[in-house]
Design a protein around this ligand. Structure first.
Ligand code: COI
Length: 359
């Protein structure tokens, strides 16, 4: 089933930012998508309207108990002016897995993808084309029943906002560079049975204290360890983490505490097609630091929608610093980055059906 939505054009479009000066997530386009959900009626009244503030009851459950979720995806401009989305059906599937976890209603995958396309279509001219830039797409759902009882709401609002964005880590402006990463040995991101695999705001609120600690040590982000032993690597910042030890590329298994990243899945697919051993297994920080000391730790990188592929150059753990690959971008990181961004921007052929065009 295909969906169409009424559009109210913004009568006061803003000037577009200079695409070579964009940062991540600070400027927003002229339009946004809004759709309501009511129990008994389902999702209804999807519409594209001018971007702007929204009215919300101060009693809305999202404001008190954080019943909300979000997704992250991007639109890219090709050299011949087409606009492409990368694996948007995967975001739709993940949205439904998150919604199931936090008692929010399911959404038809086609409805989700059509809403994203309709919104991006309206703000096509906002998709930047400088190297390392894209239009970041933020779909999200909030529970807005005005009621203070702790229970699942009956009314929800689904929205999509768009921001022309530069690289997530400011140093990566169209050319990869490495990050400094703080290994967090006190706070944790997620525990088994919790919401680690779901894209809910609370996971990120809970991460802020550790990010502060990382910044105090001049690090860009946090490497998360498991909740029980504070030993096994989980994620890095808001991205999945990969380590190249010897000939193997290793990442944490999807065992409930890890976000099932769409970039993560793409990285594993590419590596396996290239014949590189790509292993999903538990990897301890001791194994990583030992490999670093022995010279077996060849590379490490973050993978995510926002972060794309962001190589790590230094790990700081218990006050010691471990330098990875001389703080240089490794061959796997570069090859994966070039391939994924090549497919996303239409420079490389899409032989896997990963891109969808926005008309
Ligand atoms: C993404 O990569 O889309 C994310 O969700 C990261 C975001 C929290 C900045």
């Amino acid at each position: 089933m295909s969906y169409t939505f009424p559009v109210t054009r913004n009568p006061n479009p803003k000037p577009k930012p200079n695409s070579s000066e964009l940062v991540f997530g600070k400027q927003f386009t002229d339009h946004m998508f809004v759709m309501d959900y009511d129990e008994g009626q389902g999702w209804h009244d999807g519409r594209v309207i001018p971007y702007g503030d929204i009215l919300i009851s101060p009693a809305s459950s999202v404001l008190h108990y954080a019943q909300m979720m979000f997704e992250g995806m991007k639109a890219y401009k090709t050299e011949d002016g087409r606009i492409l989305l990368f694996r948007p059906e995967m975001n739709a599937r993940r949205l439904n897995r998150t919604n199931e976890r936090i008692c929010m209603p399911q959404m038809d995958e086609e409805l989700f993808v059509s809403a994203v396309k309709a919104t991006v279509h309206e703000d096509k001219d906002w998709v930047p084309d400088s190297p390392g830039t894209s239009l970041y797409i933020r779909p999200f759902i909030i529970a807005d029943d005005p009621a203070l009882g702790v229970k699942a709401a009956k009314h929800y609002r689904f929205m999509i906002i768009l921001c022309p964005s530069g690289p997530y880590y400011a140093a990566n402006r169209g050319k990869l560079s490495t990050t400094r990463i703080f290994v967090e040995d006190e706070y944790i991101r997620a525990a088994h049975g919790g919401t680690g695999y779901a894209k809910v705001g609370g996971n990120y609120a809970g991460s802020l204290r550790a990010s502060q600690k990382a910044h105090e040590c001049d690090c860009n982000d946090v490497l998360w360890l498991d909740a029980i032993e504070h030993r096994y690597i989980e994620e890095v910042g808001s991205s999945n983490a990969f380590f190249v030890i010897g000939d193997e590329v290793i990442t944490a298994p999807l065992a409930g505490t890890i976000l099932p990243g769409i970039t993560r899945d793409s990285v594993l697919t590419l590596l396996r097609e290239w014949g590189v051993p790509a292993i999903e297994r538990r990897l301890s920080i001791d194994e990583v630091t030992m490999a670093a000391k022995e010279g077996a730790l060849k590379e490490a990188f973050a993978s995510g929608t926002a972060a794309v592929i962001s190589p790590m150059g230094t790990l700081r753990y218990l006050g010691e610093e471990y330098v990875i690959n001389n703080r240089e971008v490794g061959v796997h990181s570069q090859r994966i980055y070039d391939t994924i961004t090549g497919i996303q921007t239409g420079k490389l052929p899409d032989t896997r059906g990963w891109t969808q065009q926005v008309d």
